[in-house]
Design a protein around this ligand. Sequence first.
Ligand SMILES: *Cc1c(COP(=O)(O)O)cnc(C)c1O
Length: 447
Amino acid sequence: MSYQQRAVYVMNLFLEEYSVKELTGYAAQAYGPEKFRAEQVVPVRKVDGNTYALELWHGPTCAFKDLALQMLPHLLSGALDKTEETRDACILVATSGDTGKGALEGFRDVPRTRILVFYPKDGVAAMQELQMRTQEGANVGVCAVEGNFDDAQTGVKRMFSDPGLAAKLGERGYFFSSANSINWGRVLPQIVYYVSAYCDLVKAGEIVNGDPVNVCVPTGNFGNILAAYYAKQMGVPLGRLICASNRNDVLTDFLTTGTYDRDRPFHTTISPSMDILISSNLERLLFSLTGSDDAQVAGYMAQLRETGRYTVSEAVKSRIDRNFAAGSCDDGRTLEEIGRVWREKGYLLDPHTAVAFRVLEDYRTATGDETPALVASTASPFKFCDSVLTALGVTEQASGTDILDQLAQVTGEPVPPPLAALKDKPIRFSQTSDRDHLADRVLEFLG
Ligand SMILES: *Cc1c(COP(=O)(O)O)cnc(C)c1O
C-alpha cells in the first residue's frame, strides 16, 4: 500500500462515522505530492546496521507536526457536516514554536474553518516568525502578542472561557475550537507512521515480519511516543519505547521512578519543542496503563494540580517497565551528537532528533540491547541552522535566510524548498496586540 492507503486503513479502524471514500479523499489532500516532497511521505532511512531514521519532516513546514496537522482539519471539517453543525469553526492557537505554522498550513483554505494564530513577540525563532508572517491562504490570520509565550497563552485561554465572546462569535456564525496536541484528531494520524515504518522495514528485507523493533522518540508533550505505544497495543511488533528528553527531564524521572514531580527549574534549550514541564498526553498513557480506570487517573491529575506531584501504583509502574525506557541529554551532548553522527554516518540531525540519537546510544550501552531501532526524526536540520552549524564547528554564521545557504554549502545537503521559498515571499501579517485586547483582534478577523 501507499502511505495514503495505509493512513486510510489505520484510521478507518477508529473512525466508524467516516466512510473509506471520505478518508481516501482526506489522505489524498493531506499527504499528496503538493504537501509532501517525499513520495513515501514518511521515508525510513537506514543510518547504520541497526538504526533507522523515521523522517517525519518532508511536509510543508519541515517538522513532524505536519503529519497530524495536515489531517486534523479535514476530520474537523467533515465532522461539522456529519453533526449538522451550522456554524463554522474558528481555530485559535497560541504558539511558541512549530505548532502555529503547522496549524496554519493544515487549515489553510480548508472549507468551514478560519484560523488565527497568536505568537509571543519576544518568544519565537526568527525563521518560525518569518514562516508565519508570510503564510498564504484566504482563511488565515497571524498576530504577534506583546510579551512572552505565557502572555499569548493566557490571553488565548481567557478567550476560550469567555461566554460573552462566544455569544458574539455565535452571532457571526462561528464557534471556537483548538488544534492542540491532546486532540484525538492529532494523535490518530501519528499512529499511521509507526505502522507504515514497520511495513517498510519488512518490505525492504531489513527485518522479518514479527521481529521486534525498538522506537526512540524525542519527547515533549508525549503525543508522538503515545502514538507508538498505541501502534504497539494494536499489534505492531514494537519492542522497547524509548522516551528521550532534553535537560527538561521530568519524563525521564517519571518513567524510571514512577513519580511525576513538576517542581523543578524550567530550562530553555536548543531543542525548544521539548521544553516542557507538564506533558498533557501523559494522562492518556495513564488511562491505558490503569486499565481505563478513570477515577485513579483523575486522582493522579488532582494530586498534580494540588501538590505538583504524584506517584503511580506498583501495577502501573510495572507496566511502564515492560514497555518503556527513558533518558535525557543536555545541550552540550546534543551538539556533540550532531557532529558525531555527521562525521561518522554522513547523516545530518536537527537538535531534537539528536537528543533521541544520543539517548538511544546511552540505552544500548547501558543494556546491551541491540534490537533494530527506529528513531523519530522530527525536524529538518535546516529549521535550526544556527545550532547545527555550531555543532559542525562553524562559528561565523550568516544572518537571516542566508544561513540556509550556508548550511547547504557546508554540508552539501539541499535546502528544503518551503524554507528556500521564504526569501521571496511577501510579509502578509504585521499586527501586534497587547494581551488584553486579543478578543478585538478575533472579531476584526472574522469581520
Ligand atoms: C512537537 C515536537 C516534538 C515533541 O513532540 P511531542 O509529541 O510533543 O512529544 C519534538 N520535536 C519537534 C521538532 C517538535 O516539533
